[in-house]
Design a protein around this ligand. Structure first.
Ligand code: IPE
Ligand code: IPE
Ligand code: MG
Length: 238
């Protein structure tokens, strides 16, 4: 299938995985795998924008990833600081709007400010929306949403009758973003690791053994080609 013939999914979600194994295979420290992985995220944002994908959501750091060694968490935070700055340039060049999901208050103050700046300065861009999930966990997101609903109910702003699936979605970090059409997970693992549990209800899954630092545009197109051959049903019949 040529690139022109591909039906491009509106929203692609990615669980990037395998940075550590990529580094280990080369006798390098895990952090080198993360550094390489960040470069691949950058390139994937540009590839997705050029392919006409409207939303790209990437899992960068989970609520569970704090359990990693202090050294690894520290290195990830440093990479985050560096790439946030670079991302601003890339977003401006490619008309990309950046949005972060997850619970950001646990990050250092400069990172929180950096996130705010990235979102504010790219808010008017009209091309790809690049969503980064950091300190993100789906259960945490749902519990935070439930707390907000309870607070609104207590204040008389929400009744049980008003709470339907749409209203519930609007309390999630992903409010206003359509559900993913395609989920890609690299490195051969076939689990969700607490990612977008509500939003992936009818998403097509694509698993590949490729380690994230080896992911590229050809791999992205391969995933989209596979997606093109799927028979999406949403519970109905064809
Ligand atoms: C994904 O790569 C990046 C993050 C979760 C931050 P991993 O660090 O999980 O790499 P593996 O799974 O150990 O190979
Ligand atoms: C999921 O990858 C989280 C991110 C990609 C940020 P992990 O490597 O942390 O997931 P598990 O531990 O293998 O499930
Ligand atoms: Mg992993």
């Amino acid at each position: 299938m040529s690139e022109e013939e591909l039906k491009i999914p509106v929203h692609v979600a990615i669980i990037l995985d395998g940075n550590g194994r990529w580094a280990k295979k080369r006798g390098l420290p895990r952090n080198m795998g993360h550094a390489e992985g960040c470069k691949v995220v950058e390139r994937t944002v540009e590839d997705a924008a050029r392919l006409g994908i409207r939303y790209l959501t990437v899992y960068g750091f989970s609520t569970e990833n704090w359990k990693r060694s202090e050294d690894e968490v520290g290195a990830l935070m440093q990479l985050f600081r560096y790439y946030m700055k670079r991302l601003l340039g890339i977003a401006k060049k490619n008309n990309v709007r950046v949005k972060m999901i997850g619970e950001r208050s646990r990050f250092a103050r400069d990172i929180i400010e950096g996130i705010g700046r990235l979102e504010d300065e790219t808010a008017q861009n009209t091309g790809l929306t690049f969503v980064i999930a950091v300190n993100y966990g789906s259960r945490d997101e749902i519990v935070r949403a439930a707390r907000k609903m309870l607070a609104d109910a207590g204040a008389g702003r929400l009744t049980a009758e008003q709470l339907d699936e749409q209203a519930f979605s609007d309390y999630l970090d992903t409010a206003g973003i359509p559900d993913p059409d395609l989920l890609i997970r690299t490195s051969g693992e076939q689990r969700l690791s607490n990612y977008l549990l509500w939003q992936l209800a009818y998403t097509e899954f694509y698993f590949t053994d490729v380690l994230w630092p080896d992911f590229n545009k050809d791999e992205l197109i391969r995933a989209i080609e596979k997606y093109n051959k799927r028979d999406r049903r949403f519970g109905g019949v064809k």
